[in-house]
Design a protein around this ligand. Structure first.
Ligand SMILES: Cc1cc2nc3c(=O)[nH]c(=O)nc-3n(C[C@H](O)[C@H](O)[C@H](O)COP(=O)(O)OP(=O)(O)OC[C@H]3O[C@@H](n4cnc5c(N)ncnc54)[C@H](O)[C@@H]3O)c2cc1C
Length: 484
């Protein structure tokens, strides 16, 4: 398993330019942009083709009625001194283009009985949990110690474990276990009995213990900064350019066709978009190994989300922390929450995450849910917006009187803007059996084709895809160097 292992950065200007592209990247999400930056920085001739008119994928922002909203991703982790996102942003000089702030606490979990927070200072976080659960005091300490200093042998053994196996090893109190599992459900879209222990632990280290970072100006500034760096390194970014087909000759990828039928030849094709689309539509079933196709047809995507966007008037003055992710857990069965979400019963969904922007002008709120067809969302979206606002009064009691704009993204909206299968929030569901499958990084049956981003089974969220973009680029750079 290669998640988040840092390998040395590449040297610049190693490659000679030719007319043919060295690499074409499909998709300008964070995974594709990071990969493109490293390749272009190393001197390769790189084109990123993006179907949307702006870069970023799930990491974009939009403006409505004068309000700026982050479309999906709304904060990130992995930015500590030796964190993968910091390393990459320093390498690519993103830190010079964008100011990064951090909210403290990054995450707050509220239940009918407890309020615990994830603070910048880990000792404070541990103290919060110990105060809430004094009988589990030593276990809390041991659990967080394990997360920040994991034993390699134990990590290897954990490969087949679920997060439930891991927390059952440390804790007895079912309420504490639910509180610890809730942000894992929110950030990984699976309950403790299904999500890989490895991914659960990564969500703690990369999203919660080291989370709460935010680019001043909104998430789009991050994607724009990556796009600018990519272009400065000599890369070409084509927006509004959906890739329609990957050309294959003798089981080797030779380039892509974009929307107007134009063919662009390249040595490597790197798909940083939805994996089903890559194999079924872009390559075509005939090009895909039959065993792999069977496996692909049985793979389970992660859940999607219903995202509420609220614009607030000038009198909105909430008592709650601004910029923090506030998680509301109304009961202690994450398994039941997952079943309601997976069974598409959005009216029964009671848990959520809400975030008030630092200028108090807007609110984002999220509920995990599964995909339904376009008609269902057209018929139900407004009803769901109203019931979601009612639910939010549990955290922000007088919210309704200050709302001057409301809208929502449904799973169908998420799909439409990014072409992620079923609007999946995190690529494939991170179950132990779907983790780190090498065929989703470098399919053995097609030469010259690589996958990166959150469908490649090896990482999710901004820290995960940042690492993957970096790692894929380094694989190719090393391969090219050994050829010379
Ligand atoms: C509602 C929501 C909230 C989230 N919140 C957070 C958060 O706060 N923090 C966090 O770390 N993670 C969060 N995530 C997860 C995170 O956003 C994703 O895991 C990550 O951004 C995925 O990046 P990616 O580059 O792999 O893919 P994507 O962002 O999906 O990018 C893929 C790109 O490929 C393009 N594309 C698709 N098909 C084609 C084609 N045929 N031709 C050309 N281009 C194509 C798409 O338009 C898109 O731009 C959230 C996700 C959702 C849905």
């Amino acid at each position: 398993m290669v998640l988040f292992i840092v390998i040395p950065a590449c040297r610049e200007s190693f490659f000679k330019k030719s007319d043919m592209d060295d690499a074409i990247i499909i998709g300008a999400g964070i995974g594709g942009l990071v990969c493109g930056c490293y390749l272009a920085k190393a001197g390769m001739k790189v084109l990123i083709a993006e179907q949307h008119y702006k870069p970023g994928g799930y990491c974009t922002s939009f403006k409505r009625n004068g309000f700026i909203f982050d479309a999906a991703a709304h904060s990130f982790g992995g930015y500590r001194e030796d964190g993968i996102v910091r390393k990459v942003f320093e390498d690519l000089e993103i830190d010079k283009r964008v100011e990064i702030t951090r909210f403290d606490p990054s995450d707050i979990i509220i239940t009918p009985d407890y309020k615990v927070s994830f603070w910048t200072d880990l000792d404070e976080t541990i103290n919060d949990f110990q105060t809430a659960f004094p009988e589990e005091s030593n276990n809390v300490k041991n659990f967080f110690n394990f997360l920040i200093n994991p034993d390699t042998m134990f990590l290897a053994r954990m490969r087949s474990w679920t997060f439930k196996n891991l927390i059952d090893k440390y804790f007895r109190n079912y309420k504490l276990k639910a509180i610890l599992s809730f942000p894992i459900f929110g950030n990984g879209a699976l309950p403790p009995s299904k999500i890989s222990a490895f991914i659960g632990a990564k969500i703690f280290t990369e999203f919660l213990i080291d989370g709460g970072y935010y680019p001043v100006g909104g998430m789009q500034t991050l994607s724009n900064a990556l796009a600018e760096s990519f272009k400065e390194y000599g890369g070409e970014l084509q927006l509004s350019s959906p890739v329609k087909k990957i050309k294959v000759i003798n089981k080797e990828a030779k380039g892509v066709f974009i929307k107007n039928g134009e063919f662009i030849a390249s040595k490597y094709v790197i798909s940083s978009c939805d994996a089903r689309q890559t194999f079924i539509n872009l390559l075509g079933k005939k090009m895909v190994d039959q065993d792999f196709l069977n496996k692909l047809n049985h793979m389970i995507p992660s859940l999607s989300m219903f995202v509420l966007y609220l614009g607030m008037d000038k009198n909105f003055n909430p008592k709650q922390n601004i910029g923090s992710n506030i998680w509301y857990l109304p009961h202690y069965s994450i398994e039941k929450m997952y079943l309601a979400a997976a069974n598409r019963n959005i009216n029964n969904l009671s848990e959520y995450m809400v975030r008030i922007s630092s200028d108090k002008k807007s609110i984002l709120a999220f509920i995990n849910t599964s995909c339904r067809n376009k008609i269902y969302w057209i018929n139900n979206k407004n009803k769901l917006i109203e019931s979601f606002i009612t639910k939010l009064t549990q955290i922000i009691p007088d919210i309704s009187k200050n709302i001057i704009f409301k809208d929502a993204a449904t799973p169908y909206t998420l799909y439409r803007y990014t072409l992620n299968y079923r609007g999946a929030a995190y690529g494939w569901a991170s179950t132990p059996s779907q983790l780190a499958d090498p065929d989703f990084r470098k399919p053995s049956f097609i030469q010259g084709l690589y996958l990166t981003g959150h469908w490649s089974t090896q990482g999710l969220g901004i820290p995960g895809v940042t690492y993957l973009g970096y790692n894929t680029a380094n694989l190719l750079i090393k391969k090219e160097k050994t050829k010379k």
